[in-house]
Design a protein around this ligand. Structure first.
Ligand code: GUN
Length: 285
């Protein structure tokens, strides 16, 4: 059994991004800029935004966060997005999700300039991903694909079971695997007999937000298990969706939580923002 070390790979990617930032600065005088919109006081969202901001600082990006109260209006957030769309110093716009219930999230995501959509949530980029065209891909599943590549894990022809069908993780994960010629199955909250599906899988990708959803009896010997869950256990520790201790001995490869997919998400946000800045610099010439 080998651990897929997302922390180590993310550090390697950050170094590379920092180098590219220097090169972009030298040739165009520009640095990549990221705007983050954070609404309300959700501690998890605040923690994610703070980690994203620190990562921007480490690689030399310009970053700004727009922090708004829970009671903010739809119109006020829309005005901020429009401003960021127009701002030439901003290459990427990230709206931290989830948003309060009075807000129409879809409308906001559709308002983001697709060339600044570093989260890959705009329907334009979702469409490009599902048709196999270049565009911005959601950071978490993109990070998973990078991790598999780093460890030379072949996806082509494999039976892949994606557990969880969210727009942020499960659906784009399935699209990326399909684009890489895997046989893909998506299980979700209404799936009957989850174990029947996971037991057939060469590779399991789980992002459901349920502690210990995947137990050892649900995993085939030698499978690759990628844990995309982040949950807070009763003792305050961060845990994934996989019963790591008992599942790990059956796996060929497995990601830990923390230190697996989480750091890769942030690394891919940096990579996507750099890509946006390079595109904007090219089109401004
Ligand atoms: N909330 C949970 N995951 C994400 C993510 O990857 N991006 C954004 N913007 N919000 C999230």
């Amino acid at each position: 059994m080998q651990i897929l070390d997302g922390k180590k790979l993310s550090q390697k990617i950050e170094l590379n991004v920092a180098k590219e930032v220097e090169a972009l600065k030298a040739t165009t005088g520009r640095v990549p800029g990221l705007a983050v919109i954070l609404v309300g006081n959700d501690p998890a969202s605040q923690a994610y935004v703070s980690m994203k901001k620190k990562a921007c600082d480490r690689v030399g990006f310009y970053s700004v966060s727009h922090e708004m109260p829970e009671s903010i209006s739809q119109e006020a957030i829309e005005e901020t997005i429009k401003m960021m769309n127009q701002n030439p110093n901003i290459d990427g716009i990230l709206i931290q999700l989830p948003l309060p219930s009075q807000i129409d999230t879809t409308k906001l995501l559709e308002l983001v300039d697709p060339s600044k959509d570093v989260d890959g949530f705009h329907p334009y980029n979702v469409g490009r991903l599902t048709t196999g065209l270049d565009g911005f891909v959601p950071c978490t599943p993109l990070g998973v694909m990078e991790l598999l590549k780093e460890y030379d894990i072949e996806v082509k022809g494999k039976n892949c079971c994606v557990v969880g069908a969210s727009n942020i993780v499960g659906k784009p994960m399935a699209a990326l695997l399909l684009n890489a010629n895997a046989t893909v199955e998506i299980c979700h909250i209404f799936t009957d007999d989850l174990k029947k599906h996971t037991l057939q899988a060469d590779m399991i990708f789980v992002g459901a937000g349920v502690i210990n959803l995947i137990t050892a009896d649900m995993v085939k010997e030698g499978a690759v298990v990628v844990d995309i869950g982040i949950n807070r256990a009763e003792d305050g520790k961060l845990v994934g969706d996989v019963d790591f201790q008992n599942v790990a001995p059956k796996c060929s490869y497995i990601t830990p939580v923390p230190g697996g997919v989480g750091p890769m998400t942030i690394a891919m946000l940096l990579a996507n923002t750099l890509k946006a800045a390079q595109l904007h610099a090219g089109s401004a010439e």
